[in-house]
Design a protein around this ligand. Structure first.
Ligand code: MN
Length: 729
């Protein structure tokens, strides 16, 4: 490309020039459906392109600007909106002429600038043979396109014109471009439902890669066409007259010609001999209404014998690219299998130009909905491509319908992740990486922080916030995650947490037992430890500690084994056993649970119960469930509070009896509000006409503080009594 023209010169020439007259064809087509002001804009784009490409030539020797003009023509024939036509005219100016996107933005506005930019970016992606690169590039490509579906339309038409003129390229480039076309652009055109562009692209690419095979098929088609023509004409006439006799007005019946590539594909995929494929005759019946489609179908089924299981109703259930028609196969004239497609004329038109039909000028004002749809299917292509191993599988998968049970989400880096509908940030985190799931502490959706249980929606950008020291996994997560990956991950995490908590609890139990005799677990190691473990019948110390923690084995019995292992006698019980120390909500790093039956709070006399299911549970010593077992159950361990770095808020339960009059509750609640106390639960019970009882659960930091609050309640005139409740029943 020429480098003699600097961008500012382009701009100078452009702004000093009057708008140039549009090439005749482009003018004729656009003036038919666009307003004068739109034509003016297109003229401006043409003028800009003209100066930008000034001096550049195509490989065939023509002025370069002829290429964007041809691309614009194809799009104008599809009746695309003016911005798409402008973008087509300008689609190569960023790439080849050093023009800045900003200039386009200022002169032609945001849409044109973005479309041209998107098309240029796609142009830079050269498809490689290697599958990995291919997938990666494709993803980028789809992302670039997802912003505006018109990028694809321009790109497809750009590629179409380049394929039409591919003979001017060097052979090796012809092959690369043709493979790319078969692998990527054909399926893409199919996905957007642009059937005529798809078949032309594929025919051109196939003929370029396999010129001999194409010729061979062509001549075979030609050879058989003599006899064929007669039969086709005969069947066509029959179909037509049957429809007419039965009052389906204005029906058109056409024989469908198969392209060489579609014949080649059938030979390859169906593994049928050539003659058999050619012997299937295709017909298309075009009518005016949906009603007529079904009537026409009924009529031809009446005269020709339908072949079983070959009927498909794509009118009631359109293909995901919007294609609608009735498909059926029949035996005509008792001998010839025929394939018949019945559709309305507008369905036929839509099938040929696909998404462009929806994006046409008339509907451009209400195009937002379509934009979302387009983004959706683009995401789905990326998804399908990721899953399939080869391009042929990709082509197959791309044909299958979009899965309505999935949502498509973006990572902050722009990668797309498909997930089940209903997926939450936790599902997303596990989908990206197990590590992310295990470390998740929060989530931002489109940069806003959200709870971990919200349902994610297609198109959202999801950023997972992690911590290297996340809090323990929450079993309630299992209630809302939807993917098996997340479910498995959380279950594994909970199991590990339980096992590690049990092992720590077991260690505490055993150590506290051993300490009674002045021994330490560290004294037991090597072969003596092995012998002891063998006598207990457990494979490892780890397993033993877990079993102890889970209550499957009893601490003092195990301790006995340890003593006998060291050949020492258990000395008289020492009453000055080191108690366990509660450090906020842990004991020596083991997370603890505060029993709900007796609501212990900091400052209460407490005891630790090593519970099989729940690990270390702290009870109030006055708890009715525990009281009688103290000193008898080896799983109850003496415990004290540490007064350092306390953060935990404890739930305490109090019972208040007041006079029965209006405003008492509000008055009492105002005490809590002033103190910033969180009321967790409140039950009212009328005792008699004069008194009311309140059972209140509140969050407090310690016993002294609770006492001060209770004193404030008692100080109220209306209060008859205020007591702490240990066991509610
Ligand atoms: Mn181009």
């Amino acid at each position: 490309m020429s480098e003699s023209i600097l961008p500012n010169q382009v701009l100078n020439n452009f702004s000093n020039s009057k708008p140039l007259r549009l090439p005749t064809h482009l003018y004729k087509v656009t003036k038919d459906y666009l307003k004068p002001k739109d034509i003016n804009k297109i003229q401006k784009a043409y003028t800009f392109a003209y100066y930008a490409h000034d001096g550049q030539t195509r490989k065939d020797g023509s002025a370069y600007v002829s290429h964007p003009i041809e691309v614009a023509k194809i799009l104008a024939d599809l009746k695309m909106d003016p911005d798409t036509i402008c973008s087509a005219l300008l689609h190569d100016v960023l790439e080849d002429c050093g023009v800045q996107k900003n200039s386009l933005l200022q002169i032609f506005g945001k849409d044109v600038a973005n479309i041209v930019d998107g098309v240029s970016k796609l142009g830079k992606i050269e498809m490689q043979d290697k599958a990995e690169r291919d997938a990666n590039n494709f993803q980028k490509m789809a992302l670039a396109m997802a912003k505006d579906v018109r990028v694809i339309l321009v790109k497809l038409c750009d590629r179409l014109h380049n394929m039409r003129t591919i003979e001017w390229m060097p052979r090796h480039k012809q092959i690369i471009k043709s493979k790319e076309t078969l692998d990527m652009y054909g399926p893409l055109a199919l996905r957007v439902g642009m059937e005529s562009i798809r078949s032309e692209l594929e025919e051109l690419a196939f003929k370029c890669i396999h010129p001999l095979r194409a010729k061979m098929i062509e001549s075979a088609v030609l050879k058989s066409s003599g006899g064929r023509k007669k039969i086709v004409t005969k069947i066509r006439k029959e179909l037509k007259s049957h429809l007419k006799q039965n009052n389906v007005e204005g029906a058109a019946v056409k024989g469908r010609e198969k392209g060489v590539y579609s014949i080649y594909k059938k030979i390859k995929t169906k593994r049928k001999p050539f003659s058999e494929i050619l012997d299937v005759y295709g017909f298309r019946i075009l009518v005016d209404s949906v009603d007529d489609c079904y009537r026409a179908l009924g009529i031809i089924h009446n005269y020709f014998k339908p072949i079983e299981n070959r009927f498909k109703d794509y009118i009631a259930i359109p293909k995901s690219n919007g294609y609608q028609a009735l498909h059926t196969s029949l035996l005509a004239l008792d001998a010839f299998p025929i394939e018949v497609q019945v559709q309305t004329r507008s369905m036929f038109n839509s099938a040929n130009i696909g998404i462009a039909a929806h994006w046409g000028y008339k509907t451009s004002e209400s195009s937002t909905g379509l934009d979302i749809k387009a983004t959706k299917w683009l995401s789905s292509i990326v998804d399908m491509h990721k899953r399939s191993d080869s391009s042929s599988e990709f082509v197959e998968s791309i044909k299958t319908d979009l899965d309505p049970n999935e949502v498509y989400l973006f990572s902050p880096k722009g990668n797309i992740f498909p997930l089940k509908v209903g997926a939450t940030p936790i599902d997303f985190a596990y989908e990206v990486h197990t590590d992310l799931g295990e470390k998740i502490v929060g989530c931002r959706v489109n940069r806003k922080e959200v709870p971990l249980n919200i349902e994610l929606e297609t198109g959202q950008t999801v950023e997972i916030i992690t911590s290297d020291t996340p809090p323990p996994a929450d079993p309630s997560w299992l209630n809302f995650v939807v993917t098996s990956k997340a479910r498995k991950g959380i279950t594994a995490l909970l199991r590990n947490q339980k096992i590690s908590a049990a092992r720590k609890a077991g260690k505490l139990l055993l150590e506290s037992e051993l300490k009674r005799t002045g021994h330490d677990l560290n004294e037991f190691r090597g072969s003596s430890l092995k012998r002891i473990l063998k006598s207990i019948g457990t494979p490892s110390l780890d397993k033993l500690l877990v079993d102890l923690g889970l209550g499957k084995k009893t601490g003092n019995i195990i301790a006995e084994r340890f003593y006998s292992g060291l050949k020492i006698r258990k000395i008289e019980e020492d009453n000055n056993v080191d108690p366990l120390k509660i450090d906020d909500n842990h004991i020596e790093g083991v997370p603890i649970v505060f029993a709900r039956c007796c609501h212990p709070i900091f400052g209460d006399q407490v005891i630790t119960h090593s519970d099989t299911e729940r690990g270390l549970v702290i009870h109030n010593k006055q708890c009715k469930q525990i009281e009688k077992r103290i000193g008898r159950d080896p799983r109850l361990l003496e415990t004290i509070w540490l007064d350092t770095n306390r953060k935990h808020e404890y739930i305490a339960c109090i019972n208040v009896i007041t006079e029965n009059r209006v405003g008492v509750l509000a008055d009492m609640l105002s005490i809590f509000t002033k103190e910033g106390i969180n009321v967790v639960n409140l039950n009212t019970k009328e005792i008699d006409k004069r008194f009311t009882g309140f059972l209140i659960e509140l969050e407090v930091s310690d016993k002294d503080y609770l006492s001060s609050i209770m004193a404030k309640i008692r100080a109220k005139k209306f209060t008859s009594s205020c007591k702490r409740v240990i066991n509610k029943q």
